[in-house]
Design a protein around this ligand. Structure first.
Ligand code: DOR
Length: 435
């Protein structure tokens, strides 16, 4: 593995609260030195990073890699290729696979496939109930010992309050977080988009905001008894943000994540029965978008995730009500977040980096392994970001197996131009010589 020297970029590290122009030297997969003007040696590959941001490798705590069982949509190999193209050095994959990630054996399968085929770090989020059916608690301690970095039945909500109380008690013992897909199922039966003017006009059954809000409200109340870490996935409703804000003010260990599409799109994107904009929870209205942006800006929402959810063209060509929910996000999240949050003036690049590195690392306990920060002696997971480069999102820019994005044709600013995972170059658009 050749030694690397990244010169004169703006090095942003949230763990040490620093943002300064510096060089970063990398040797044997580790950060060897960070300093103003480090000595060069002939054996190093030098990467000029003038005008670029040098950040810890981005971490996405919420992706769907479809393996096992959905390899026609994505695999650990193709999903990790999409990840590094978007600047992610680490992703955490959700358990709604077939079979579900609900036993130590299946987690072992993910670990082995990741080691053999993935080009970024992949950590599994385990199911909390068997088969994600919400009926029988999984063996939580065994799953934690087998490498789970969190628990969730994502794709589905743990709907029963009784089961949720047991989940909190069991997950609390592990110190890991429970991540809820907040959807009260009896309020969303047959629903395929946000309940509002567009669903009414299109003649589609609506998914009302309250189905998300009452689950968060209920879970916050239940979580008090156990002090379990509770994380709200892909928040979509403005009032949900307010519930999280109150819980955090109370000092509860509650966190929540935003996703790019809920920060930039509304239910109008579903007009014309556009299945590429069909996602769960659904795209809502501009007041929800504004509340989510405000929630990020005021520190209520501390994690940014993609909810990368690949589906085939055939599936997305089905009538709106039958098409699956979800859109891909790994390659496009960074410029979309920059548009919604940085270029709009809501937060700084430094804050954005924190929400895509240190905070997701803490959510999944990966900070203990040195991920999410840039520290001498720590793993050389590094992302170089060109904050100003302009490009247009197109199918050609996607590297995963699926192409279901509602953002094609959008002109964006900012891109990951280099991704290092453990000191290995996994994505490189710098155009600088490798030798
Ligand atoms: O839109 C979504 N797609 N939301 C989810 O929660 C699951 C995901 C999927 O797995 O396709």
């Amino acid at each position: 593995m050749p030694a690397l020297l990244i010169t004169q970029g703006r090095v942003i590290d949230s763990a040490s609260n620093s943002s300064k122009v510096a060089d970063v030297a990398i040797v044997d997969g580790l950060v060897a030195a960070i300093g103003r003007k480090l000595p060069r040696s002939p054996a190093q590959r030098v990467i000029e990073a003038d005008g670029l941001l040098v950040t810890p490798g981005l971490i996405d705590p919420h992706v769907h890699l479809r393996e096992p069982g959905g390899e026609h949509k994505e695999t650990l190999a193709t999903g990790s290729a999409a990840a590094v193209a978007g600047g992610f050095a680490t992703v955490c994959c959700m358990p709604n696979t077939s079979p579900a990630l609900d036993t130590p054996e299946v987690l072992g399968f993910i670990r082995d496939r990741a080691a053999g085929t993935a080009i970024c770090r992949v950590f599994p989020v385990a199911a909390v109930t068997r088969g994600r059916k919400g009926e029988e608690l999984c063996e939580i301690d065994l799953l934690a010992r087998a490498g789970a970095v969190g628990f969730s039945d994502d794709g589905d909500c743990v709907a029963s309050a009784g089961m949720m109380a047991r989940v909190f008690a069991a997950v609390a013992r592990t110190g890991l977080a429970f991540m809820q897909h907040c959807q009260e199922p009896t309020l969303t039966r047959g629903a395929s988009m946000h309940a509002g003017e567009v669903s009414t006009r299109l003649g589609l059954t609506g998914w009302p905001r309250v189905a998300e809000e009452i689950i968060i409200e209920r879970d916050v109340r239940l979580s008090r008894a156990s002090a379990c870490r509770y994380h709200v996935q892909h928040i979509s409703s403005g009032d949900s943000v307010e519930i999280v804000r109150r819980a955090r003010k109370e000092g509860l260990p509650v966190t929540a994540e935003a996703s790019p599409h809920h920060l930039l799109l509304t239910h109008d994107a579903c007009d014309g029965y556009n299945t590429l904009a069909k996602v769960n929870p659904p795209l809502r209205e501009s007041r929800d978008v504004a509340a989510i942006v405000k929630g990020v800006a005021d520190g209520t929402l501390t994690v940014l995730a993609t909810d990368h959810a690949p589906h085939t063209p055939d599936e997305k060509a089905l009538p709106f009500e039958e098409a699956p929910f979800g859109l891909v996000g790994l390659e496009t999240a960074l410029p979309l977040y920059a548009e919604a949050l940085v270029h709009s003036g809501a937060i700084s690049w430094e804050r954005l980096v924190r929400l895509m590195t240190l905070e997701p690392a803490r959510l999944c306990g990966l900070d203990k392994a040195g991920l999410g920060s840039l520290r001498v002696g720590g793993p050389a997971d590094v992302t170089l970001i060109d904050p100003d480069t302009r490009w247009t999102i197109s199918p050609d820019a996607l590297c995963g197996r699926s192409r279901n994005s509602p953002f094609f044709g959008r002109k964006v600013r900012g891109r990951a131009v280099l991704t290092l995972v453990g000191g290995v170059v996994r994505h490189d658009l710098t155009g600088q010589p490798v030798a």
